[in-house]
Structure formats: structure tokens, C-alpha cells
Ligand binder design. Structure first.
Ligand code: AHR
Length: 390
């Protein structure tokens, strides 16, 4: 009860001195525990929940208002529900979160690997709520199905930061901020590259038979990348989608899907893999079937990929992947910046897209244009790979 009074007092004071972030109405925010979503309430939330989790010291709620520190020596508790460990990208993403939210940096990170299952993520979030963490960070496996549990976090006054993929919920107030990739733009960039490459190599008018090995169905990364390809196929009379099947963002499933499709189709020109690990599996399947992956349309199977991890770019350098569109996993510092702003009572952007590159194994296409924006295509060299963090 005392905590609630402190929280209400802090929320009211802060709301009087600032506006809410993300275009939200400050007065609406303050009417409920979702004030945290506006940036103000991070302080209030520390008073309501985080302190007690650390030691039940309500007096420390006042300290939280000043700097986010709680009674346990300045430690903020962050519950992170991670999708799983399905890909190299995911491993880099988990490492980034663990490095950032370390004890040395003043955090207690409760890391939960959901093994690609939404029900595990929902259970983890309920557990974080019970533990009265200061912040919940969610990397959602799919976009839908979050309304109930995010309402529970909202009611508990715990700010939720969504990272990587998005959530599709009826009330946007249920989360504080999102940071991640523009997955549809990634797909559009990849297809713009394919079009330019076909033109540059004199094959612009040839028929292209394309296979889409999709990611986890319903994940933003799948939805956006598939949509990018579908739009390009619609726009090209000579591009044909032979089949789209999910490889669940894993190497094993990518290989399995490719093996089965190679038995059905003997005229595949392009395999559009929605992440690097699927591409690794698809390459293994293609080579095992006695076909070649490479750069020549009409002779080789062109493998396209997303993520641009170290191993993915190494396959570009080796001529196995022709084009690799980046999806940046280093979200730890980005999430921390949001939390620091909330702790300082500052506004945060509701949605932040990260800048991403595009890489190719040839110099034929120096740049591409998508929606009137020009993007440089980086030709992969060992130096390029060595200069990257993941
Ligand atoms: O949501 C990001 C996607 O998820 C990455 O492309 C993929 O590798 C990961 O598993």
C-alpha cells in the first residue's frame, strides 16, 4: 500500500514536469500504471516494484526517482524473455544483452530462453511480474497473442520494452518502447539487389524460379521478408515463386525443407533464405544433391540470405551466398539507452528502427534504390568480415 502511494506521488510529480513519449498523452499515462510507458513512470515503477524485489525498502523508492537505484546497491533488475537459441544471430543477440545487463554494469539480468515457444515466454513474463522486476524486455517469437500477459505487466506497473521482432496488440500503451529492424525494408533491399544483379549480368528478362525458405511463421522477421519478396514477384512477370515453406530460422529445418524441394523441382534459380542458418542448411542440401551454389543465373542456384553474421558473410566471401542483407542483433546497448532515459525521467521514442547494411559477393551492383533511398552494397572481403562484431 505504502509503495502504491509513493508510486502515485512520483508519477504525478513527474507527469507535471514532462510530456509523455511516443506521442502519448501525459495525462492519460498518469491515470494508470502505464505511466512507465511514457518514460515518467520508470521512476514510479521502481518505487512500486523494483525496490521490493531487491529488498522491500520503500524508502529507496525516493532514490529511484533520482537515479533508478534501488536498495540493493544500485542494481536494476531486468527480466529478459529471449526467443531461443535458433540461430547465430540469436546467439549474438543474447550475448549483447548479457554483456550489457551485467552485474558490473549495475544490473541483475534474469535471462529466460523460451526455446521458440510463446507459452514459455508468457510463463517467463508472469514469473518476472511475480518477482517484481524493474523492467521486462521481450523478444517476441511471433507478433500476436500478447494482449493478456502485457496487460498483466501493465497492471503491475512494470515497463515492457520490446526488442527485435514486434508485437501486434490492440492497445499500444501496453509496451513502453520497441527497438529492432525494418524487416520489410530488408526484404525489399534484397529483391532490389536481385533485380539489379540480373540486369547487370544481362539476365534481366530471363525467367527466375524462386524458392522462399521462410522464417518462423508469424514472426515479424518472416512477415516482413516474405512481404518484400511477394511484392517483388508481383512486380516482375518473369519471377515465379515455386514454393514458400518455413525453415523456422534453423539450419536443420532449412536443410530439410531444401532437400524436399530439390526432389520436387529441378529448375530452381534462386533460394531466398530468410536467415543465415537456413542458408547454411540449404547450401548443404543443394551440394549434397549434386547441384552448385554460385553466381551464375541459369547455371548455379543463387542463395540469398539475411542477418550478415560472421559465418554468413564468410559464405558470401566463399561464393556460396550471393547476397546477404544485414539484420543487426546488437540490441543490448540500445535497450539500455532506453532504460537509462526512463530512469532519468526522459522521453523515449516509441519505435526505433536500426540502420542496416547490405552485402554481396560481387561488385556488379554498387548500390540499390528502395523507396527513393540509395543504399550502398558492400562487397565482402576478409577485412570487412574482420571488422564486424558478430
Ligand atoms: O528476428 C530476427 C531473426 O531471428 C533473425 O533473422 C534470425 O536469424 C533470428 O532467428
Amino acid at each position: 500500500m505504502k509503495r502504491k502511494i509513493v508510486a502515485l506521488f512520483l508519477a504525478t510529480c513527474m507527469a507535471m514536469s514532462m510530456t509523455a513519449c511516443g506521442g502519448k498523452d501525459a495525462s492519460a499515462d498518469n491515470a494508470s500504471s502505464n505511466d512507465a510507458a511514457g518514460g515518467d513512470d520508470a521512476a514510479a515503477d521502481d518505487a512500486t516494484g523494483g525496490d521490493d524485489a531487491a529488498g522491500g525498502d520503500d524508502a529507496a523508492g525516493g532514490d529511484d526517482a533520482a537515479g533508478g537505484d534501488d536498495a540493493a546497491g544500485g542494481t536494476l533488475t531486468v527480466g529478459f524473455s529471449q526467443v531461443g537459441a535458433e540461430s547465430d544471430w540469436r546467439t549474438a543477440n543474447s550475448a549483447s544483452m548479457k554483456e550489457t545487463f551485467s552485474e558490473a554494469n549495475g544490473y541483475e539480468l534474469i535471462f529466460d530462453d523460451a526455446q521458440q515457444k510463446q507459452e514459455n515466454q508468457i510463463a517467463a513474463i508472469r514469473n518476472f511480474i511475480q518477482q517484481e522486476v524493474d523492467y521486462i524486455v521481450l523478444a517476441p517469437v511471433t507478433e500476436t497473442g500478447w494482449d493478456t500477459v502485457l496487460q498483466e505487466a501493465y497492471d503491475a506497473g512494470i515497463p515492457v520494452i520490446i526488442v527485435d521482432r514486434m508485437v501486434n496488440i490492440s492497445n499500444e500503451e501496453l509496451y513502453t518502447a520497441w527497438v529492432g529492424s525494418n524487416f520489410q525494408l530488408e526484404g525489399e533491399k534484397a529483391c532490389a539487389w536481385l533485380e539489379a544483379y540480373a540486369e547487370a549480368t544481362g539476365k534481366g528478362s530471363e525467367e527466375l524460379n524462386i524458392i522462399d525458405i521462410q522464417g518462423t511463421i508469424g514472426a515479424s522477421a518472416q512477415i516482413g521478408r516474405t512481404a518484400g519478396l511477394e511484392a517483388a514477384i508481383e512486380a516482375h512477370d518473369n519471377w515465379k515463386l515455386l514454393e514458400a515453406q518455413s525453415g523456422e530460422f534453423t539450419q536443420a529445418k532449412g536443410q530439410e525443407v531444401m532437400e524436399s524441394l530439390l526432389k520436387q523441382y529441378d529448375d530452381i534459380d534462386v533460394v531466398y533464405c530468410e536467415n543465415d542458418n537456413e542458408a547454411f542448411g540449404a547450401i548443404d542440401a543443394i551440394e549434397a544433391a549434386g547441384k552448385t551454389v554460385g553466381k551464375e543465373i541459369g547455371k548455379d542456384i543463387l542463395v540469398m540470405s539475411f542477418d550478415s553474421t560472421n559465418a554468413g558473410l564468410t559464405d558470401v566471401l566463399n561464393g556460396k551466398i550471393i547476397c546477404n542483407t544485414e539484420c543487426n542483433p546488437l540490441h543490448g546497448p540500445r535497450v539500455e539507452e532506453i532504460i537509462k532515459k526512463l530512469e532519468a525521467g526522459e522521453q523515449v521514442e516509441k519505435q526505433q528502427f536500426v540502420d542496416e547494411e547490405i552485402f554481396a559477393g560481387t561488385e556488379d551492383v554498387p548500390s540499390i534504390k528502395v523507396n527513393d533511398t540509395e543504399y550502398t552494397v558492400t562487397t565482402v572481403t576478409q577485412e570487412v568480415i574482420d571488422g564486424r562484431a558478430y
